[in-house]
Design a protein around this ligand. Structure first.
Ligand code: AMP
Ligand code: TRP
Length: 327
């Protein structure tokens, strides 16, 4: 039996290299050996301030990028979270069995509620219960994500265990799957902060749709340090981040990469890395423009995803409602 894989990304701005290396690229690589479900989590995107028109646009852009990065609708169910209302039904049920203390411990909540100081929504607080619903609804075995989501996937696993204990065996216990290289890509302007869609500033992240000239410019300005040697040293976060991106994209070992840059300067590192990034993104951008020129295709892929998932959604929800005494 193939393992069932579920993951999702928020439609909250253009995807960056961290989303690609930490998440999508790994989904694509494993899609033949798994049963795959990939979601655009629009209901997570509305837990912080947003613009309805921009959200609608981001959802389509994200599906276009899923396809352009190589997810194949023959191998994957691709869909939008709000098109399957059972996600929020199950999230409510989970809200009722999730101890507040579990949610208070979540580092993403602590960080985001700092950023949103004026108006922190209850939805931002219970975000992990909705994420657990996404994962557990499909009896998921593996959840491939970047390092920052590990804590949320572990909470989903704890909730599955709690539910099974309270109401009887119902859910598969999911596991986070995090790759060694690329699971935490840092910002170019500040390599102590992870690359993120919400950080302002032109020099922070590389967007998957950035044109070559912009990629060269952003990388040429990336923060490094005043030392000379180009080696993998976590104590030098700027150079370490650039080298890690180089490693993820080239597939070379650390030794090979250090040998390649021996005696060379940062300009060479940034220039070589820019060409590597451009070569990786060019085919994705070309496919993206092709796919988005036929918008009906995206609608068709999304509709097919929902139809394919229906039986699984209904069978899980039937068991859940019965177990909880709601039927
Ligand atoms: P988000 O952009 O928060 O919706 O994240 C979508 C996926 O990309 C999740 O699996 C994240 O763990 C992953 N991700 C986000 N930012 C990074 C980053 N800087 N480095 C690696 N993975 C990331
Ligand atoms: N919280 C995830 C993020 O910010 C997105 C997400 C929502 C997700 N539901 C999910 C990821 C289910 C994996 C599985 O990146």
């Amino acid at each position: 039996m193939k393992k069932r894989v579920f993951s999702g990304i928020k439609p909250s701005g253009t995807l960056h290299l961290g989303n690609y290396l930490g998440a999508i690229r790994n989904w694509v690589a494993d899609q033949d050996r798994c049963e795959n479900i990939f979601c655009v989590v629009d209901q997570h995107a509305i837990t912080v301030d947003y613009e309805p028109a921009a959200l609608r646009q981001s959802v389509r852009e994200l599906v276009g990028l899923y396809l352009a990065c190589g997810l194949d609708p023959e191998h994957c169910a691709l869909f939008v979270q709000s098109h399957v209302p059972e996600h929020t039904e199950l999230a409510w049920l989970f809200n009722c069995i999730t101890p507040m203390g579990w949610l208070q411990r979540m580092t993403q909540f602590k960080e985001k509620s700092e950023e949103q100081r004026e108006q922190v929504s209850a939805g931002l607080f219970t975000y992990p219960a909705l994420m657990a619903a996404d994962i557990l609804l499909y009896q998921t075995h593996e959840v491939p994500v970047g390092e920052d989501q590990k804590q949320h996937v572990e909470l989903a696993r704890d909730l599955a265990q709690r539910f099974n204990h309270l109401f009887g065996e119902t859910f598969v216990l999911p596991e986070p799957v995090i790759r060694k290289v690329g699971a935490r890509v840092m910002g170019l302007d500040d390599p102590t902060k992870k690359m993120s869609k919400s950080t302002e500033g032109d020099g922070h992240g590389i967007g998957l749709l950035d044109p070559p000239a912009l990629i060269r410019k952003k990388l040429s300005r990336a923060t490094t340090d005043s030392q000379r040697q180009i080696v993998f040293d976590p104590a030098r976060p700027g150079v370490f981040n650039l080298l890690t991106i180089f490693q993820a994209l080239s597939g070379q070992s650390r030794e090979e990469i250090e040998a390649h840059f021996a005696g060379k300067g940062y300009a060479q590192l940034k220039g070589d890395l820019a060409e590597l990034v451009i070569a990786a993104l060019e085919p994705i951008q070309a496919r993206y423009h092709q796919i988005t020129s036929a918008p009906e295709y995206i609608d068709q892929v999304l509709a097919q995803g929902v139809v394919r998932l229906r039986p699984l959604v209904e069978s899980t929800m039937l068991r859940v409602r019965q177990a909880m005494g709601l039927r």
